[in-house]
Design a protein around this ligand. Structure first.
Ligand code: NI
Length: 174
């Protein structure tokens, strides 16, 4: 496995609409290795999610997951996601992005969502998510449409550098 270079805000690949993958391509060694490398890259950068465009692959695939006391989310591989909101509840909370290093900002997201997608074997999966995992999935799905979390902010007042976020805006330090 290897650690991949992460595209940063300003790179055009982050603003493209990524293309879907079919089952035949998903099961190729190239895509399987890419998935493993994306997990390794995400863990190396202590990220919670990483989408194809962030590693210069304009394909509708992301990995996500974290093993943290506060914010556990099981590792998932999501391909060609279709996300829809359940109900109308929205919640504002902090987000960061490996493509926008050391910045945090508050973003409103749907609290409950339904996801239809393909897994890493190309098989259809359907699931629901609530709260933190739902936020991560919405953030990562946005990457596949060329959308960054800044675009979702209704005010830039909360924008903070990581150090100031840790000092003034969170209970735990990073
Ligand atoms: Ni991101």
């Amino acid at each position: 496995m290897s650690i991949l270079k992460v595209a940063r805000m300003g790179h055009p690949v982050l603003r493209e609409r990524a293309r879907p993958l079919d089952e035949a391509e998903i099961t190729t060694p190239r895509i399987q290795r890419l998935i493993d490398d994306m997990f390794e890259t995400m863990h190396d950068s202590q990220g919670i999610g990483l989408a194809g465009p962030q590693v210069h692959e304009s394909i509708r695939l992301f990995v996500a997951g974290v093993d943290d006391d506060d914010e556990a989310m099981s590792p998932v591989v999501i391909i060609n996601p279709e996300v829809s909101q359940i109900g109308t509840a929205v919640e504002e909370d902090w987000e960061g992005c490996l493509s926008i290093p050391d910045i945090r900002g508050r973003v409103s997201r749907a609290v409950d969502i339904r996801i239809r997608a393909l897994d890493r074997y190309g098989k259809p999966v359907a699931m629901t998510a609530n709260g933190f995992p739902a936020r991560v999935i919405q953030h990562e799905t946005d990457h596949l449409d060329g959308v960054l979390f800044f675009d979702r902010m209704t005010s830039f007042e909360s924008l903070s550098f990581l150090e100031e976020y840790s000092r003034f805006h969170t209970r735990h330090t990073e």
